[in-house]
Design a protein around this ligand. Structure first.
Ligand SMILES: Nc1ncnc2c1ncn2[C@@H]1O[C@H](COP(=O)(O)OP(=O)(O)OP(=O)(O)O)[C@@H](O)[C@H]1O
Length: 600
């Protein structure tokens, strides 16, 4: 996070009135928000710390956390900010001396700040990171083999037969031998297939049927995991008994699995004193799981339960702080004694090669290969070398889906309307501005209004027009809706208008007045699209200067497409995105590499 804001004037609410010294200078340069300054000043007063260098460090930790990091690397932050704001008054001391002053501060003595690996933390994330590593290490010490190696190999050879399953077989065998497994791979590399085979393998080795939980950060992703596992077990390599056991599986969001509490969004009914009953827990789309959620999950698991974390670590990280999956993949050591094993899948098993190859070029940061792939005509890819405009074809595709959703919703067909939404997804980087979701939502509503003039339910007049696709923005525990759930306004047989959502148990529908924190979803941000896929995806890349434009953003957008992806953005924007990484400061990787040895 190295971007600055530009104050609108002396009364900009992002400016702290009572700041002085370097805090004021950083605030006025747009490097610190008013909140960062207030946190530093307040903590300084409470702990009796007045050293400006330490208070600046506190404000920079607060700033880093706002940007999704769990701690701050002061030297790196100084280098990044100095490039865009060379005039900032940094403390005279070099990084080592600055860290030593922080180490000697009463803020550190009282446990408000922590210093590890040269990184500065607030207490909360430091504790979570330490706890996560301790829990992983404790689980690794419990290794009781399920069966003899021959029996395991025999069952694995049946469930993952021949050369084409070699990579998945190896990953499944590693998972059988470990309490915690990270299963990572890009789209179509057979992660779900491996999960289905692994669950059958574990079931066939265990005398009693294991209690299995499938979960994902969003309802949509958890439903997709269940559907994919069910689809996979229809294959003939599964025995009837395995099919029956796995057919009874259900899935839920991670929040629901842990038992969400209405009074607290980061504490759950299941914890160290009330563990989850499951023998095996599989979490899909783990790249979206924040450090806090992962720490809560680890403490809620029975120490002998098996945990399988599935995901693609090249995608954008969680909305909340942390980059746990990427840190686990980068930091877990190989070999005996490692707190968890990593199974990496690389082979693509899908026929949509062009999308996969584009994704690989983006992931590798190979701009020439990505541009060449985009410019090579293909049924799977289309490319418009211009920022912020749509061709007539794309406009027709987007409007066509909106009208199909509307027709189904008017007929009271919630299943059909929700399914039609997955035909095409328009993805933007930002919410605001001419390239943002809000602009494109209004634009699509305008197109619908023009195409359906005189046919009732004008989107420009009716807030709850039939066929309006909506996205839930915050968890609503009373209704069982979660941030990221997708719904559509439908007219029911009795003429009432309700908003229908797909839940794991089927369709649920609520009157509009029961819903809060809802936004229209003709277009969606790439961040919000994580964990979902559509048959066709149109990616509207932002301006080159956008602070969100990164390789991870572009990769995540492109890999949301099942069959076709349309990229809209100047070549210079494509190239810039590949040159920039979304980096988050965290000590998890170093902590895992140290494998339990606490630094100081
Ligand atoms: N070893 C294999 N041989 C042949 N086909 C396979 C193999 N593994 C998986 N497949 C098929 O490839 C397709 C993609 O597999 P799968 O859904 O497991 O991948 P995934 O990594 O979970 O993908 P995504 O996360 O994008 O949904 C499926 O149709 C699956 O049946």
């Amino acid at each position: 996070m190295s971007e600055l804001f530009e104050p609108d004037g002396p009364y900009d609410q992002r400016l702290a009135r009572n700041a002085d010294g370097s805090l004021a200078a950083f605030n006025q340069a747009g490097a610190l928000s008013a909140a960062d300054v207030h946190v530093a000043q307040r903590l300084g007063v409470l702990a009796g710390e007045s050293d400006p260098a330490v208070l600046l460090a506190v404000a920079l930790v607060s700033r880093a956390v706002r940007g999704g990091s769990v701690c701050v690397d002061l030297a790196e932050t100084k280098a990044a900010l100095s490039e865009i704001a060379p005039e900032l008054p940094w403390p005279d001391a070099d990084a080592e001396v600055w860290l030593a002053r922080i180490a000697d501060s009463p803020l550190t003595a009282s446990g408000v700040l922590h210093l590890d690996f040269g990184l500065v933390y607030f207490d909360r994330y430091w504790r979570q990171e330490v706890q996560l590593c301790d829990d992983l290490a404790a689980r690794a010490r419990r290794t009781d083999a399920l069966a003899g190696p021959e029996r395991i190999a025999e069952a694995a050879a049946r469930l993952f037969p021949g050369d084409s399953y070699a990579e998945q077989r190896a990953a499944a065998l590693a998972a059988v031998g470990s309490r915690t497994t990270v299963l990572t791979g890009g789209p179509g590399t057979g992660k779900t297939t491996t999960v289905a085979g692994l669950l059958a393998l574990l079931g066939s080795l265990d005398e009693r049927a294991p209690r299995i939980a499938l979960a994902a950060p969003t309802g949509k992703a958890s439903a997709r995991l269940l559907e994919a596992v069910r689809h996979e077990i229809a294959d003939e390599r599964f025995t009837e008994a395995e099919r029956q056991t796995l057919a009874e599986l259900s899935s839920s969001t991670l929040h629901r699995l842990l038992g969400s509490r209405p009074d607290n969004s980061t504490r759950f009914r299941h914890h160290r004193g009330n563990r989850l009953p499951h023998d095996v827990v599989v979490v899909d789309e783990t790249s979206m799981v924040s450090l806090t959620m992962m720490a809560r999950l680890l403490e809620a698991l029975r120490p002998d339960a098996r945990l399988v974390l599935v995901g693609d670590h090249h995608q954008l990280a969680s909305i909340d702080a942390g980059a746990v999956l990427a840190d686990l993949v980068a930091g877990l050591p190989d070999g005996p004694g490692a707190p968890a094993v990593v199974g990496s899948l690389h082979t693509n098993h899908r026929s949509e090669r062009d999308i996969i190859e584009l994704g690989e070029a983006i992931r590798a940061g190979d701009a020439d290969a990505a541009v060449e792939r985009l410019r090579t005509p293909s049924a799977e890819l289309s490319y418009l070398d211009q920022t912020g405009v749509l061709t007539d074809d794309l406009r027709s595709a987007i409007l066509g889906v909106a009208l199909t959703v509307r027709a189904a919703a008017q007929a009271g067909d919630a299943v059909g309307a929700l399914a039609a939404l997955d035909e095409h997804r328009l993805l933007c980087a930002h919410r605001d501005g001419p390239l943002g979701v809000e602009h494109w939502n209004r634009q699509v509503e305008q197109w619908i209004a023009e195409a359906t003039r005189g046919e009732g339910d004008d989107p420009l007049v009716e807030p709850w027009y039939v066929g309006r696709p909506v996205l839930v923005r915050v968890n609503d525990y009373a209704l069982g809706l979660h941030n990221g759930d997708v719904g559509v306004v439908v007219r029911e047989a009795d003429g009432t208008v309700r908003v229908a959502f797909q839940s794991t148990g089927g369709i649920v529908a609520f009157p509009p007045s029961r819903l809060s924190a809802i936004e229209t979803m003709h277009a969606m941000t790439i961040h919000k699209s994580q964990g979902s896929q559509a048959k066709q995806v149109t990616v509207l890349l932002p301006e080159e200067e956008s602070r969100l434009l990164t390789r991870e953003l572009f990769y995540t957008a492109v890999t949301r497409a099942r069959f076709q992806v349309n990229v809209v953005g100047a070549e210079s924007v494509v190239r810039s995105s590949l040159a920039r990484r979304a980096s988050r400061a965290s000590g998890l990787r170093q902590r895992l590499e140290a494998n339990g040895d606490r630094p100081r």
